[in-house]
Design a protein around this ligand. Structure first.
Ligand code: SF4
Length: 1004
């Protein structure tokens, strides 16, 4: 790369807000001017998508003599319009980096070094290790709840990764993992945004970000909570700044003042883990003062539905609680049903037991004073925040890991959904709940079900309660059965027929009581069950909470297969400073993958946009694209099993029969399989509506159907049209589902299909042409389904009720024949958000006396008491919150190997207030020991006024903050913050509580 270090430092900005604004592209003219001077003559140009956060910025690269010579932002990308932040720009150093591992490597048991091996040997060793673990760890049956269940799976293999590879590679990995009978499957979303899909799904019926970045310009109020957008999603902020230019008000709510606060009109500080108390007070204010949008909630939500009269909440515990198992029976959380089995509705919003009346009662306890005692935010600030929120519309609520990484993560996000529904802000221009995801393809690795609990497309994975197609359909419903049949046809081909339930019985079965997440996996490795780990672009040694558990689990494994671009801490865990490699008998095989610029494929950003990456330079050295490595690995595994007659291996043969991707068109072949076909004609299906439930169509993942519609590769599109100037750009790439950019957009229209706000219309019913039309694709069952008909009437058609759910009732909708059509999702820890303290908290829960309700009553922690001690405030008096920064990203595997970024921020640190520093006698730059109940690290102190002490329940409370992207490998080394953090998990999805644990700090 010819971009000079000086230009880079100028472009990324070295001081304060300059990183946020210059890095956003506001000063990028200098970089672009410099770029023009490069010797690009004769260079090959290609386009791709940035590797880091899930903004999905477009890049243009230039290749000469098979080397990358320039990388810059793509001007035609509606997301970044030519700008890149420091990380995106810095990636230009990676294709030619001499830090990269470019040969397959082997670390023998007990060895203290790597040996170079051939690709043939690396693949053979990997395939044999997976086979050995699978066969030796095979579990044919298991006794669950006193019954012997045929589970046909292996408990000896873990599959981890996916959020840094392309869609087609994700699909290969999940197909391979499920073929092997693997249950421990996870990707980085477990650690980041696992709580988002169930929260959004419980409210709206789908689990994804609602509105595109471009729509932010239509907002009147941008509410950013639990996110440092300026540093972690800089191009998201670029779009926010556009709204600000249009007169929007910006509010930032967070645990400390950051670069995002700097651009906000209002900043509100709260204590980590107390958002529900704050947001509950806002809900209370809106209901009490009748600030809700009555027309909207009557038309689109379950506000008027009547709940069962035996539903209750007593001292923090909902009805149906089983204290022994810490679970709920949700039966009482249902509706009063009419004779037709549908929820009964009242005319009066606040009639007894309506959802609105129960919401009003529930949140009446969340007064500004009560919320203030919990959050530490002054009551008058809470009042002011409520007034600002309720006096603007449309409003978009944007969030990231500050909301998700808690033991009440799902319920945090549920608060946003309730607030936005009350104000009528969902499915309208300028509205929405925008989940900002932090890895380039974490959206798709979640879409593809690289998670223990899903198949691709958010279809539930079978457990002992749903281990036949019949029992599975009873729970998941016939709508999901349709998507599942299409996936089974894609995986098992001609073998899958109605007679054999499309091969459903070949798939392994989970134990619903067992934690199969990345946390359960390392715990079971420590217990000796998980023997072999396949890792693809993930660094859990740095990114998992209570990281010492990861290390100790890995030490007990037989084999680790690490597929990555650099050798990171997880691949080289056996060489951790202070340990003796001789004591660690795990063999490690390293498979060198190439960078994103060196391979092609599609990738999906936060706003569900599926974009195409072209191939740039050739892979460095002997490194290979992940899709090629996956092909080699699968083919070798299939070869090893080819003569087997064991029934447990039948699934491998069935999957192998459809693993027939050509060598030169692997990516395109896979994308077509994902898209789906009419099996009689071979035609690639144009949309989800074409999928049949009779085995006559196939689709590897239903939600992406249409991306290759009728043979047209729509992810490659770069159309700039934006009719209506709404920021939609419908011909730029392809968004799932069905190219709808703003999901639920039918909610912007009245019963007759006419825009409620004609000045900001997005879709409408054209009575003259008898069809739905719009600047975006209308989100209706069928474009010709008129308003008033079932297909044209429900903006929230993906919930069982057909309404958005203010209260996440337990409800299954039925077909006329009595079978389940669709079961709405209800979080396991409550139908409405209730405040609980973090597991490690500096104070008592001010809302409840009940000890059970100190923290989330459904959280089971510790799971391994000897390894998971809970710290108390007398020993660990300060609250630690950790997150990312602009210059380093995630586990640091890539960014700590970019010299320019290391120059910007060279080491981890702990940020504390001037008051706390004074109390401890610490000055900026002093070394301090930060200790928790799990471990301790020594870092430098950074003393600022950004996280002021708060008064919580009458006591002064201090919050400190640390970045987490460091470890003992790479060019920049430093202690890993996650040795300190707590691995208590949200009970819905097993996401950890990174944002609040207790520590002590002493001068080192
Ligand atoms: S890191 Fe995110 S904001 Fe920065 S260039 Fe990459 S995609 Fe864009």
């Amino acid at each position: 790369m010819d971009l000079s270090r000086r230009d880079f430092l100028k472009a990324t900005g070295l001081s304060g807000l300059a990183v946020a604004l210059s890095g956003l592209g506001l000063n990028m003219a200098k970089v672009q001017a410099a770029a023009k001077e490069f010797k690009l003559k004769g260079a090959r140009e290609f386009t791709s998508i940035c590797h880091f956060c899930a903004c999905g910025c477009g890049v243009i690269g230039y290749v000469k003599d098979e080397k990358l010579i320039n990388l810059e932002g793509a001007v035609d990308s509606p997301i970044n319009r030519g700008a890149l932040c420091s990380k995106g720009l810095g990636y230009g150093q990676i294709p030619n980096s001499d830090q990269r591992a470019t040969k397959p490597l082997y670390r023998a048991p007990g060895s203290d070094h790597w040996e170079e091996i051939s690709w043939e040997e690396a693949i053979d060793r990997s395939a044999r290790a997976l086979k050995k673990a699978r066969d030796e760890g095979w579990k044919q049956t298991e006794v669950i709840d006193g019954k012997t269940v045929d589970v046909h799976r292996t408990d000896a293999i873990g599959f981890v990764g996916g959020s840094q590879i392309n869609n087609e590679e994700c699909y290969q990995n999940i197909k391979m993992a499920r073929a092997l009978g693997v249950i421990y499957i996870d990707n980085q979303t477990r650690v980041c945004h696992a709580t988002t899909p169930p929260a959004m799904n419980a409210a709206f019926g789908r689990g994804a970000m609602t509105n595109p970045w471009g729509d932010l310009k239509n907002s009147k109020l941008i509410w950013i909570e639990g996110s440092n957008l300026a540093e972690c999603h800089p191009m998201g902020l670029k779009n926010v700044m556009k709204a600000k230019e249009n007169g929007a008000t910006i509010v930032h709510v967070d645990i400390r003042y950051t670069r995002t606060s700097k651009i906000a009109d209002h900043f509100f500080q709260l204590r980590p883990g107390t958002d529900i108390a704050f947001l509950g007070a806002l809900i209370n204010y809106i209901i009490t003062n009748k600030k809700y949008n009555e027309d909207y909630i009557r038309r689109n939500t379950n506000a008027c539905c009547i709940l069962r009269d035996d539903y209750k909440l007593e001292d923090g515990i909902f009805s149906g609680y089983d204290p022994e198992n810490r679970t709920y029976n949700m039966e009482t959380w249902g509706y009063a049903l009419g004779p037709d089995g549908k929820p009964q509705k009242a005319q009066d919003l606040f009639a007894p037991n309506t959802v609105m009346s129960r919401l009003k009662e529930h949140y009446s306890r969340y007064t500004p004073e009560q919320a203030s005692a919990i959050t530490g935010m002054p009551a008058e600030d809470i009042q002011k925040a409520a007034e600002i929120f309720s006096s603007h519309s449309p409003t978009v609520m944007m969030y990231a890991l500050g909301m998700t990484q808690h033991t009440i993560g799902v319920q945090n996000i549920r608060c946003f959904t309730i607030l936005q529904l009350l104000m009528g802000n969902i499915g309208v221009p300028g509205g929405g709940v925008d989940a900002m995801r932090g890895q380039p393809n974490v959206q798709a690795s979640t879409d593809f079900g690289i998670m223990y609990q899903y198949f691709p497309g958010y279809i539930a994975y079978p457990t002992e309660k749903t281990n036949t197609m019949e029992s599975w359909t009873k729970v998941s419903g016939t709508q999901n059965r349709r998507w599942l049949i299409n996936m089974l046809k894609a995986w098992f081909g001609d073998y899958a027929t109605a007679e054999n339930d499309y091969g459903f019985g070949l798939i392994g079965v989970r134990n619903s009581h067992h934690n199969d997440s990345i946390y359960g996996m390392f715990e079971d490795a420590y217990r000796g069950t998980v023997k072999c780990l396949y890792l693809c672009g993930q660094n859990p040694h740095v990114t998992n909470a209570n990281a010492g558990m990861v290390h100790d689990g890995m030490c007990k494994m037989d084999t680790v297969i690490a597929q990555d671009i650099f050798i990171n801490e997880t691949a080289e865990f056996w060489n951790r400073p202070g340990d003796n490699p001789k004591d660690i008998q795990t063999e490690v095989i390293f498979l060198p993958a190439c960078s994103y610029l060196e391979r092609r494929g599609t990738i999906t950003n936060s706003m569900r946009l599926i974009q195409w990456r072209m191939e740039g330079p050739k892979p460095l050295g002997d490194s290979k694209p992940d899709y090629e490595i996956n092909n080699l690995l699968w083919r070798r595994i299939a070869e090893l099993y080819k003569d087997s007659t064991d029934p447990k291996d039948a699934i491998i043969k069935r999957i192998d029969a459809t693993w027939n991707y050509s060598d030169d068109q692997t990516v395109e072949d896979i994308l077509k399989e994902i898209n789906g076909r009419d099996l009689a004609t071979g035609r690639l299906l144009a949309g989800i509506g074409e999928l049949k439930d009779d085995g006559s169509t196939s689709a590897g993942m239903w939600i992406y159907t249409g991306v290759y519609g009728n043979g047209e590769h729509l992810a490659q599109r770069r159309g700039q049209e934006d009719e209506g100037d709404m920021g939609i750009y419908p011909k730029f790439a392809f968004a799932w589902p069905d190219n709808i950019r703003m999901i639920y957009n039918r909610a912007s229209c009245d019963e007759n299909g006419q825009p409620v706000d004609p000045a900001h219309k997005i879709v409408w019913w054209d009575a003259a042409e008898n069809r739905w039309k719009g600047y975006d694709r209308p989100d209706v069952g069928s474009l010709t389904a008129a308003p008033g008909t079932p297909g044209g009437n429900s903006p929230f058609r993906m919930t069982g009720e057909g309404y958005a759910r203010l209260f996440a009732a337990d409800y299954a909708d039925h077909n006329p024949d009595g079978t389940t059509r669709l079961h709405s999702y209800t979080p396991v820890d409550g139908p409405v958000p209730e405040f609980y303290e973090p597991v490690e908290s500096p104070t008592k829960n001010a809302l409840h006396q009940n000890e059970r309700a100190q923290f989330n009553p459904c959280v089971i922690y510790p799971r391994m008491p000897e390894r998971q001690r809970i710290g108390t405030p007398d020993e660990f008096p300060y609250v630690l919150c950790s997150s990312g920064i602009a210059e380093h990203w995630c586990g640091g595997t890539v960014t700590r190997n970019i010299p320019w970024l290391n120059e910007l921020v060279k080491e981890p640190f702990v940020e504390m207030s001037t008051q706390l520093a004074g109390k401890l006698g610490v000055k900026a730059g002093d070394k301090v020991k930060v200790s928790s109940a799990r471990s301790e690290v020594v870092v430098k102190a950074m003393v600022t006024d950004r996280a002021k002490p708060l008064t919580v329940n009458g006591a002064e409370t201090h919050t400190v903050w640390m970045p987490y992207s460091w470890g003992f490998k790479g060019l920049s080394k430093g202690p890993s913050t996650n040795y300190l953090t707590i691995d208590a998990l949200d009970p819905n999805v097993n996401e950890q509580e990174f944002k609040a644990c207790l520590v002590n700090i002493q001068k080192a």
